[in-house]
Write a protein that binds this ligand. Structure first.
Ligand code: PLP
Length: 355
């Protein structure tokens, strides 16, 4: 099997796994909110992890652990009380659907390169602007700094979904809230975080025992926190070598796939995301013929809901073009040889179709 679906989820780093295990065994299982010795040890592990995650983020704020980035984004959007929320047309459903469900939603346009127009107007009464750092479908890196500045000048908060950028790029500048997910940075599934700038008050979504400073009740999992923390620390330490490895992989894959069209900007892009299309390609057939390669159809949204990709439509692709797109995602644990082998297999299967 060759795993090329790093935007859906990443493999668990061995270091993260090692950090998780002690908190699942007979000495480590205590409730981190219990005042006794075992509870205090678990709480200390949670706080170490919080600090490790915070190092991926700007100073001057706090990290609140959540069950996922989806929950973090819901907490930010619903909790800030904005009545009007502007978001980009290519943001994740966790932003778009939440904004549509709880605010008067306004969509910011993107260009054919998959970049949000930083100069686009939004309504004067906008209370929250949300733009992602790196797009999960096409990998484009958004101009979040200038957009954050414009939001601040207009008196709105700025929320950045940094799920695909965290641990790979410097944190988004000027954000008031930032959402992260452990499983996209080689940590475990089932835990995310919301970074909240000091001075910003949110209403909680989940009421109960008052954990996480009253913002997210519910017993934390020290195991998941420790895994997230270890993954974040590793990502911070390996940011440069990881990026250099991804560049090398990108060049190798682009060479093999030279005849394929790239969806989204080549330059303003995280190069661990290769979203490609070929006229006339039958992606379902390709996927069944290349069953040993784990990759995604570009036209289906990442959740696998079967909804057509709003991202490929937003960058101006026709339905036929979107349906003939695939996404190859790679990263720290992908080897050059396996990537080349997978690309050759995919390209040969496409040629055999006549595409
Ligand atoms: N935002 C982006 C850009 C994503 O890629 C994802 C996951 O696909 C999410 C949010 C949701 O993250 P989680 O799986 O932690 O809910």
């Amino acid at each position: 099997m060759i795993y090329l679906d790093y935007q859906a989820t990443t493999p668990l780093a061995p270091e993260a796994r090692a950090a998780i295990m002690p908190w699942l065994d007979e000495d480590g299982f205590a409730n981190p909110h219990s005042p006794h010795r075992m509870g205090r040890a678990a709480k200390a592990a949670v706080e170490v992890a919080r600090e490790q995650v915070a190092r991926l983020l700007p100073g001057g704020g706090k990290v609140v652990f959540t069950g996922s980035a989806t929950e973090a984004l819901n907490l930010a959007i619903k909790g800030c009380g904005a009545r009007v929320c502007a978001f980009s047309a290519i943001d994740h459903a966790a932003v778009i659907d939440t904004a549509k469900a709880s605010t008067s939603a306004f969509e910011l346009p993107v260009n054919r390169e998959g970049l949000v127009d930083a100069a686009a107007d939004f309504p004067a009464d906008t209370g929250l602007v949300a733009v992602m750092q790196v797009n999960n479908e096409i990998g484009t890196i958004q101009p979040v700094g200038p957009i954050a500045d414009r939001a601040r000048d207009a008196g709105a908060l700025f929320l950045c979904d940094a799920v695909q950028g965290a641990g790979k790029l410097a944190p988004p500048q000027g954000a008031d809230m930032i959402a992260l997910s452990a499983h996209k940075l080689y940590g475990p599934k089932g835990i995310g975080a919301l970074w909240i700038r000091d001075g910003i008050a949110l209403e909680p979504l989940i009421h109960g025992g008052g954990q996480e400073q009253g913002l997210r009740s519910g017993t934390l999992s020290p195991a998941l926190c420790a895994g997230f923390g270890a993954a974040a620390a590793l990502a911070a330490a390996r940011m440069e070598p990881d990026a250099a490895h991804v560049e090398d992989l990108w060049r190798a894959a682009r060479d093999v796939m030279a005849r394929w069209m790239l969806n989204g900007s080549e330059i303003a892009r995280w190069h661990g995301n290769l979203n490609l299309r070929l006229d006339g390609l039958d992606v379902n057939r390709l996927m069944s013929e290349c069953r040993t390669v784990m990759f995604s159809a570009g036209s289906a949204c990442a959740s696998g809901s079967g909804r057509p990709s709003h991202v490929l439509r937003a960058i101006g692709l026709s339905d036929a073009q979107a349906k003939s797109s695939i996404r190859l995602g790679f990263g720290r644990y992908t080897t050059r040889d396996e990537l080349i082998e997978a690309c050759r297999m995919i390209d040969a299967a496409a040629r055999a179709q006549g595409a």
